[in-house]
Design a protein around this ligand. Structure first.
Ligand code: ADP
Length: 726
């Protein structure tokens, strides 16, 4: 009451029960205030929890714990039990507050020592608390009761889910398996089988993606195939017509009704027959031909010309009276920066060119340009070859060309006639099979420098065959042989020889007569000094003439080859005789005169002693004659390849290159003034030449004008048996 008087308006007190039902008594004290706010009266109400209708729901709730053999307690603010319910009847008389109020659930030990589950929950707005305890055994049973159906339900659900998953998966795996088969088919390159595209799910999307992949793969493969055909076509031939055709057909396949290739006329070589420069395929190939020149000019400035709708463009002037394409695609033919022409496709309908179309035609244009460039190169080479062939065939002199393996590469018409061979048939055969003339065959089979040989061919004419190596990139790739008809010269030469022989023969008797009478003049009467002098001059002149005539007769004899007296001639002997005979001449001109003979060399050579002496003598005499005073002349002997070589070197006037080829001809004298200043007949070297040839040897010269010359005379060490007879 005092508390109420001091302002505590609501007070509730509970007193633990003394009754067996355990319900406590609760006293409510409400202060009633007057107008001034003073508590003047106090309303006291008293009730027991079990009887109070307001607490009935609470009690009923607490009692419901009885189903679980548990205990329900209501605690007041002091922790005293103000209501207790127990199914078993042994409700606890006191309850210890839990230590941790944040954990409403915890386990503890009951008064009978069993484990129990405690639920402690403070009441909202009152300092009371509700405590529910259930034996642990009971809660486990309860948990089991709750869990069992739950578990069963989960099990059933799981089984259902498993079954439906299997069914669902079977549909998906079936689809995927199907797709795998299709993918394998694509992988095997069978791209003509379309995939079924149904459903909007992921598998359906996958199928759609696969189908798209198949279609574009098939298109690319088709494009590649066409390019391959084109490449094969380009590579398989060098004829423009054949190489351009596959390109035209490939371009036609993109839906054009005419495809044309137009070449710049200037890229084609000039030939007597005009070469085709326009190629076309397609139904309208001729109808659109009038556009060629216009497009050819445009493509020169512009790599690609694409008109999807020609009626909307003003860049091209179309002839309204003629057929007009609706769309046009043209690509320039370029190779290594050179413009060769254009490939263009015309379409009947307006055509939206895809990037792939343009790329395809551009690739084909590249192939076409390559084909045209190759064909052009080939044409140029072919034209040049034909020209060369025509020139060689028109050459009146026979020409033969062989390769490294001695196959006949070329024989011109003149060669065919002279050698009496079919030049078409013998092409590529070995020269041994074709050429019957031994000297000519040897010449063709020989190697090295320019060589010449005289040969009589089946047409009974004499030819001078000259062969030399064909050198390309520094190495020999065969031989070329030109035969010059020298029959006329041979006849002239024979006539000259015969004339000289006859004249010299006929001159001999009158000369002997003249000499005889001139010497006899003294015997028939006295001659004064002047007359004697004249007679001496006449005799000297006649002697000179006789010597000349004799020389000529000797020469004639040597040339026909009669009277070759072969014996073993001592080289040393020859040299000694020559040098001693000419020593005087050398001393007079103060010329250093040397002879060099290596030690280990053959001592003798099989030859006509007189003739060999004559030949060496002539060479040494010339050396002394054409060497100014205080020069030097050296004579050497060498043995090489079963032959003796006499070398006569001087430091004289040398020989003009122009004179060299004719030096060994009869009566030929050098054109130099210094040479002309010397007396001579031009027969000395002709005799050396004849002597060399009659011995199966040769004579040649190396000379530098103003520096000196070296004459070489080569005589075989032994002579063939048949020539020894004479
Ligand atoms: P010849 O000496 O009687 O004129 P050859 O037949 O002996 O006739 O010589 C022909 C020509 O060769 C000579 O006229 C001369 O021009 C030239 N000749 C020969 N030998 C030599 C030499 N050793 N040096 C320079 N020229 C020479």
């Amino acid at each position: 009451m005092e508390l109420a008087a001091s302002g505590v308006l609501v007070q509730i007190y509970s007193i633990p029960s003394a009754l067996p039902d355990g319900s406590a008594r609760v006293s409510f004290m409400i202060g009633i205030v007057n107008a001034t706010g003073q508590v003047q009266r106090v309303l006291i109400g008293r009730t027991t929890l079990s009887t109070n209708p307001l607490t009935q729901p609470l009690i009923t709730s607490l009692k419901s714990i009885g189903d679980l053999n548990g205990t329900g307690l209501l605690l007041d603010e002091n922790g005293q039990i103000i209501y207790a319910f127990s199914q078993t009847g042994n409700a606890p008389s006191s309850f210890d507050k839990p230590v941790d109020l944040t954990k409403p659930f915890y386990t503890s030990t009951a008064s009978d020592g069993t484990r129990q589950l405690v639920y402690y929950w403070p009441v909202v707005a009152r300092p009371w608390a509700i405590v529910l305890t259930v034996p642990a055994r009971q809660t486990q049973q309860l948990a089991l009761d709750i869990a069992m159906p739950l578990f069963m339900m989960i099990l059933i659900l799981a089984v259902v889910a498993l079954i439906s998953l299997r069914v669902g998966l079977r549909v998906i795996t079936g689809s995927l398996k199907n797709l795998a088969v299709e993918a394998n088919r694509i992988a095997d390159g069978k791209l003509d089988h379309p995939l079924q595209v149904t459903g909007v799910d992921e598998v359906g999307q996958l199928r759609r993606a696969f189908e798209q992949m198949r279609v574009s793969l098939a298109a690319r493969l088709d494009e590649l195939n066409r390019l391959l055909v084109v490449s094969q076509g380009v590579a398989s031939s060098l004829e423009m017509q054949d190489t351009v055709k596959p390109v035209l057909e490939a371009v036609l396949s993109i839906g054009a009704n005419a495809v044309r290739v137009v070449l710049l006329p200037s890229i084609l070589p000039e030939t007597p027959i005009e070469l085709p420069s326009r190629f076309a395929v397609g139904s309208a190939k001729d109808a659109y031909a009038y556009l060629d020149d216009q497009i050819l000019t445009m493509a020169q400035k512009q790599e690609r010309i694409v008109f999807s709708n020609l009626s909307r463009t003003r860049e091209m002037t179309l002839d309204p009276k003629r057929a007009q394409p609706a769309a046009l695609l043209a690509v320039a033919l370029r190779h290594e920066n050179r413009y060769y022409g254009v490939v263009w496709a015309a379409f009947e309908q307006a055509h939206n060119f895809s990037e792939a179309d343009v790329r395809f035609v551009t690739t084909l244009a590249g192939q076409a340009a390559l084909a045209v460039a190759n064909a052009r190169l080939f044409l140029n080479v072919e034209v040049a070859r034909r020209q060369l062939e025509a020139i060689i065939n028109s050459t009146p002199d026979p020409v033969l060309v062989t390769d490294q393996q001695n196959h006949l590469l070329l024989a011109n018409r003149a060669a065919g006639q002279s050698l009496e061979i079919n030049i078409q048939k013998v092409h590529g055969q070995t020269v041994e099979k074709v050429i019957q003339q031994k000297p000519l065959l040897d010449l063709l089979l020989a190697s090295g420098e320019k060589q010449s040989v005289e040969v009589i061919l089946p047409d009974n004419r004499t030819y001078l065959a000259t062969a030399s190596s064909v050198v390309a990139d520094g190495r020999s790739v065969g031989r070329v042989c030109i035969l010059r008809d020298v029959t006329k010269f041979k006849e002239l030469d024979t006539m000259k020889s015969e004339f000289v022989a006859t004249v010299s023969h006929d001159l001999r008797s009158p000369l002997t007569l003249m000499r005889g009478y001139a010497t006899m003049l003294e015997m028939v009467g006295d001659l004064n000094d002047q007359q004697q002098n004249y007679v001496k001059k006449i005799v000297t002149g006649v002697e000179n003439m006789s010597r000349l005539v004799n020389t000529l007769l000797d020469l004639g004899r040597i040339e026909i080859g009669v009277g070759l007296q072969l014996e073993s001639v001592s080289v040393l002997d020859i040299l000694e005789r020559v040098t001693s005979a000419l020593q005087m001449q050398a001393t007079q001109k103060e010329i250093g005169f040397n002879v060099e003979i290596p030690k280990d060399m053959p001592q003798t050579v099989e030859a006509d002693q007189a003739l060999l002496h004559q030949a060496v003598y002539n060479l040494v005499e010339n050396a002394l004659k054409y060497t100014p005073e205080k020069g030097s002349v050296t004579v050497r002997v060498k043995a090489k390849d079963n032959a003796m070589i006499f070398e006569v070197e001087d430091t004289g006037i040398g020989i003009e290159p122009d004179d060299l080829p004719r030096l060994f001809e009869k009566f030929y004298r050098g054109k130099q003034r210094e040479a002309r200043a010397q007396h001579g007949s031009g027969l000395g070297l002709a005799i050396v030449h004849s002597i060399a040839e009659s011995h199966g040897g040769k004579v040649w010269v190396e000379s530098k004008l103003g520096k000196g010359s070296i004459f070489f005379l080569q005589i075989p060490l032994t002579q063939p048996t048949e020539s020894k007879v004479g």
